[in-house]
Each structure stands twice: as C-alpha cells, then as structure tokens.
Design a protein. Sequence first.
Length: 74
Amino acid sequence: MSVPISSLRTCCAALNSFARVGFTAKIWICPLCFQRNHFPPHYHAVSETNLPCELYWSGCLELVSLGLVLESLL
Ligand SMILES: [Zn+2]
C-alpha cells in the first residue's frame, strides 16, 4: 500500500490516470481543480516511459483513507 499523492492545497484529489502530466517540469495537473502539483522527490524518475502506477488506467481506483483527510472534511 502506498500513500496517495494529492493536491492538498485545493481539493484533496489524488494523483490518478485523468491527471495531465508535465514530464519536463515534473508536475501533474489535477483534473478537478486544475491546480499544478509537483511530484514528490521520490518520483524524480517519472517520464513518458516510466509512469507511476497511479497514471495507469485500471478500470477501478480504490483509495484507502488514513483518516486525516476525511476528518478534516467533516
Ligand atoms: Zn484538485
């Protein structure tokens, strides 16, 4: 299990296969709020040929909350 990469500053959406990615700038754009987000340092090797698993469409996306995000929305 990995911690979802999210756009915490605006909508809390997690990195997913609908995000637009700037491989040169190492950023992803949230498809919901259009916020630009930098990949975390351990994603430094992201490229068009080395996609993180979050960017693959699998037909199903299941995220398990750690409780912090949901608590802040209630
Ligand atoms: Zn967003």
